[in-house]
Ligand binder design. Structure first.
Ligand SMILES: C[S@@+](CC[C@H](N)C(=O)[O-])C[C@H]1O[C@@H](n2cnc3c(N)ncnc32)[C@H](O)[C@@H]1O
Length: 210
């Protein structure tokens, strides 16, 4: 029997969606699934994009690339759809390069041969209680899976304000063949980063390469 993967996210649904958001989920989301992607060029992936602030930023900064976001929290997906569409529910021109996988990124990665120039993971759920540690997404197995989906000079960029999780991720990365580097990145503003539940002064960032 296939080993069941441990769930790494909390809720899939939060507060009731607006009528417009439901319409966007029914009509726009199916049209921007990440299918028929090129395999080895021009792709960027963001895992757990939340409401998509950073995803939109990299979409605007990289108009010549396809930006794929994976997020199982449907209220986050709906927020992103609201932000990238106009009043007639058409995707705004600057966001036409966005594709959305509205579920667990591990399911997406299992079914694709595509390799990414960048893989972003900002504020992965820290699961701070010891008994929940097994739910942490960025374990060595997952990092090895990501390493197989990097282009030749591709990079995984991770940011978290939970410093204990940050050190834990470094220890997991040491179990892989990935090179561990410190990126020169200013604080990236996302909804979760602004909540700063960990109460730390700044998020820490990490860059991993093959
Ligand atoms: C703490 S939130 C951070 C959201 C956003 N990156 C930010 O900084 O505001 C972590 C997000 O990762 C998502 N997540 C957790 N496990 C995931 C998985 N296996 N695949 C894709 N997304 C996942 C959760 O649904 C959640 O929205």
């Amino acid at each position: 029997m296939e080993k069941q993967e441990i769930r790494t996210f909390g809720r899939r649904h939060g507060k009731k969606l607006s009528a417009r958001q439901n319409t966007l989920l029914d009509t726009v989301l199916p049209a921007i699934q990440p299918v028929g992607l090129p395999t080895n060029t021009g792709l960027i992936l963001e895992i757990g994009f939340g409401s998509g602030e950073h995803l939109r930023e990299i979409s605007r900064e990289n108009p010549d690339k396809i930006i794929i976001g994976a997020e199982p929290f449907m209220n986050g997906v709906a927020s992103l759809l609201s932000a990238i569409t106009d009043e007639s529910n058409s995707i705004r021109s600057e966001y036409k390069n966005i594709r959305i996988f509205p579920d667990d990124v591990r399911d997406f990665l299992r079914d694709t041969d595509s390799k990414f120039e960048q893989i972003w993971v900002l504020h992965p759920d820290p699961w701070p209680k010891a008994r929940h540690e097994k739910r942490r997404l960025l374990n060595a197995d997952f990092l090895m899976l990501l390493s197989k989906h990097l282009t030749r000079n591709g990079e995984i960029i991770i940011g978290t304000d939970h410093w204990e999780y940050f050190d834990w991720i470094i220890n997991q990365a040491k179990l892989t063949k990935l090179f561990i580097c410190t990126p020169d990145i200013k604080t990236i503003h996302t909804r979760y980063q602004e909540k700063n539940k960990a109460g730390t002064t700044v998020p820490k960032y990490l860059l991993l390469k093959n």
